[in-house]
Design a binder for this molecule. Sequence first.
Ligand code: S3P
Length: 427
Amino acid sequence: MRLVARRRGPLGGEVAIPGDKSCSHRALILGAMAKGETRISGLLESDDVLATARAVAAFGAKVDRLEPNEWRVEGARWTSPVDPADCGNSGTAARLLIGAVAGMEGVSVTFTGDGSLSARPMRRVIAPLGRMGAWIEGDDRLPLTVHGARLGGIEHVNDPASAQVKSAILLAGLGTGAPVAVIEPVPSRDHSEIMLGQFGCEVSVQEGVVRLGKPRGLIGCNITIGADPSSAAFPLVAAVVVPGSEVAARGVIVNPLRTGLYETLEAMGADLSLSQERLQSGEIIADVRIRHSLLSPCQVNASQIPAMIDEIPALAVACAFADGESLIEGLAELRVKESDRLGAVVAGLIACGVAAVADGDCLRIFGRGAVRGGASVVTHGDHRIAMAFLTLGLAAEQPVEVDQAEMIATSFPGFIEVMRSVGADIQ
Ligand code: S3P
């Protein structure tokens, strides 16, 4: 499916952003491992999360969709499923579930994924889990077969910062009484730590060391999931680049380990405000409002990247409309996302008439305040590349086409309707 985005009048109104993807995976997995019932409100019903729901059901949990975005999970002692666990396009599903199974004696399963996921590195989880005593057959790529075992402890240095690796270790550690610590030179998103606390397993964080507490038996609970800041990024960036726009999103997760984009946009001169900050299932959420603004270029260093790792394509769009040279450092991890995102962003920007270059792991974008557009952008089947360039097309002088839009459903089903609801022309 090809989509085309065109410039029209200003965007205005409130966007309904679906639940956070990271938290949705975690709620299903922890619910399936916990004793008793877990109720999840605001679950993201995207292809990635549904892959996790199917997997935990195949491990023996009872998973029911009560109504849209309202799910019930009855935890169970996991057993070996008959078929491989297909994680689709989702790195989070694969890496977290590999960790969870690694610590479960008697459970064996083969993990598979689509073409993109099967090309992504898995040694980053296999190596630390192996040091805990895990038995995993395979090398750096899916398919991999995990035979759950009684594990020992670990002290792992999480470099480069990866919340998926940290979470895999914490989930594996639930099956052992031994000390489990993850040292984070640069912190990664802490949704696993927060949600484990909700399920009765406190995780301490002191001076950059994350330690799994005790008891480690999880107890089912009620989780309400906030709106995904990584999805909100697209309509918010669209509003900042389309003249005359003002867009708001309610109940967005503003965990400081996720708000790098918002901070960077503010530093670029965006008129962005957060209000009604509140706690929901241990996470800080807020209402976010943004107005069209003239942007200056940004300077982002490597330590700022983990807090906006999924927002770089959206940030690149903002930089394309800024006046001057933006420099974003520390993007090596973008090479191993759903696509080579660094390469895809540069190629898409150049196709749209914006000078950009990937210089080692740095991205330089030479904004001129306006963007020509008038191109068909190759997404490489990457949902965030598709959404980013449709966003760019809403403010470019000429329409922008993306070659493949189906994958948007992996993270943001309803993206087109949500964008149209504030006046975007996407056909
Ligand atoms: C995620 C962590 C990040 C992020 C991904 C979701 C998570 O990946 O890019 O979309 O839910 O833990 P890394 O752990 O590879 O940084």
